[in-house]
Design a protein around this ligand. Sequence first.
Ligand code: PAF
Length: 288
Amino acid sequence: MSAADLENLKIAESVPNLRSEIAAARNAGLKVALVPTMGAMHEGHLSLIRAAREQSDYVVVSIFVNPTQFGPHEDFDQYPRPFQSDIAACTDAGVDLVFRPDVETIYPADDETVVNLQRLSTILEGAHRPGHFQGVTTVVLKLLNIVAPDVAYFGAKDYQQQLIIRRMCRDLYLPVEIVTCPTVREPDGLALSSRNEYLSHQERETALSLSRCLRFTRDLISGGESRLDYVRQEMVAQIEKTPGVELDYATVADAESLEEPDRRSGPLVALIAARVGTTRLIDNMLID
Ligand code: PAF
C-alpha cells in the first residue's frame, strides 16, 4: 500500500476501526499526523490540515465536541456541528481518515482518569474557565493514545492550550511531535474562531478591539516600553473604553511560562479574553 492507494477519505467511529486503518498506513511505512478538532472547520483548521498534509504521509482528523472542556453554563449544546460540510472540507483538503467518536467511546460510563497540569492549567484561561484545561488535556491524551501519531497539530490561537499540550507531552514522555501553526486572521485582523459565527454584524465590529489591543501592545513594547505593569494597565484601559466588550483579562506574559514579570527578560506573548455580547473570545500575539 502507498499513500496513493489511500486517496479516499475514510470515517471511523470506533477505536478498533480507527486502529485497523492506521495499522495499514503504518505497515506501509507512512508517517501519521493527527489534527484534533471539534469540527465547525474554518481556514484555521484547514491551515493545520495543510501543514499536516505537507509534512506527513497519512493525515487523521478527529472531530469530537468534547463535553468535559465546557463549563456548566458554556456553549456545549449550542456549539456548531456541521458534520457534512466538515467532511466535505476534509475531503477537499486531502484528509485520509476522520475519527468521529461518540461521547461513550471517549468517556465510557466507568471512566475515571483525568490529566491535569498543576500550575499552567490554573492561570489565565484556567482561572476563568475552571476545569477547562483538564478536559482538554484528558481528551488530547486519549486521542494521542488512540491514534498514536508521529506528529500532532494545534493552532496558536489557543496559545495557552498548545503550551499546556506541549508540557503534558514532555512531562509524560509521549513519543509525539507537537507542531503549532500560526493564527489565521480575517483581513481586518479578527482571529478565526468557530465561535465567530455567534457574533452579530455589530458585535463583529466590536470584536476587532481585541486584535487592535494586541497590535497596540506589541507596538508599545517593540517601541521600547519595558514597564510591563504599565503596558497591562494600558491594555485594560483601551479595552474598557470600548463599549460592548466585557474583559476577562488582558496581559503580557512570558511566552513559555506564562508568568507575568514586571520587566521583559525574553519572548513575550500578549493575551486577551473578553465577552462580546454573549460570545467569549480569546486572542493573542507573540512579541519577540
Ligand atoms: O482546540 C480545540 O479545538 C480543542 O480544544 C481540542 C484540542 C480539539 C480538544 O478538544
